[in-house]
Design a protein around this ligand. Structure first.
Ligand code: 5RP
Length: 219
């Protein structure tokens, strides 16, 4: 099975979570694109969705699905999103596609967070994938110095501006064993909008595709 087929298989496993008449939370990235491409196979039409990126919004709108403002609803039933790394207790690293802040907001608003990925994303210790951190532009150098005290090497993702108008730093060389504590601590640095650790609001279930089939992971 090639990489695209694995993404499709993981995405297919999330379809039973999509409920008729409910607002759907949709993340961002190539696995989520595969998930969006499968939505027309459902026996009903999704009326409304909240999306984590303008790219996902465009794909959903192209299917005639209305995009709703999170401020106009109280909660989301199910949120489906990919990950850059899936660690112990389904804590994640996300943000490789630059959409981490909106993704974290939607995950927090959702009753169920379903993560979809291919098996290469599953790790024993988080941090091999450089940890994305969204930063207010004027604080870039100050935040880089602060991040270095946590033991990693922050690198500016030059040329990338998030959907929120901010910049991204990718912190390389981290071994994140206490993900919840690290997530909280990094968010205390003035100028950090948020970081790509999803441990305080981890996934509730993950569907991981490999050539052997689909594995369901629970915390
Ligand atoms: C975007 C993300 C994505 O979920 C993550 O990068 C995984 O993407 P892909 O499905 O393309 O591997 O966090 O900000």
């Amino acid at each position: 099975m090639d990489a695209q087929q694995l993404k499709l298989e993981a995405a297919r496993a999330a379809l039973p979570f999509v409920k008729q008449g409910a607002v759907l939370g949709v993340g961002s990235g190539s696995t989520v694109n595969a998930f969006i491409s499968l939505l027309p196979t459902l026996p009903f039409k999704i009326t409304a969705a909240v999306a984590a990126s303008t790219a996902s919004e465009a794909l959903l709108k192209a299917q005639g699905i209305a995009i709703v403002d999170l401020n106009s609803i109280e909660s989301i039933g199910v949120y489906v999103d990919g990950a850059d790394e899936i660690g112990p207790s389904l804590a994640l690293i996300k943000g490789g596609g630059a959409a981490l802040t909106r993704e974290k907001i939607i995950a927090q608003a959702s009753e169920q967070f379903v993560c979809i990925a291919d098996a290469s994303k599953v790790v024993k210790v988080l941090g091999k994938f450089p940890l994305p951190v969204e930063v207010i532009p004027m604080a870039r150098m100050q935040v880089m110095r602060a991040l270095a005290t946590f033991g990693g090497t922050p690198v500016w993702r030059e040329g990338v501006v998030t959907d929120n108008g901010n910049i991204l730093l990718d912190v390389r060389g981290m071994m994140i064993t206490e993900a919840r504590e690290m997530e909280s601590a990094l968010n205390q640095i003035p100028g950090v909008v948020t970081n790509g650790l999803f441990a305080l609001r981890a996934a509730d279930v993950a569907y991981v595709a490999s050539s052997e089939g689909i594995r369901e992971l629970r915390p």
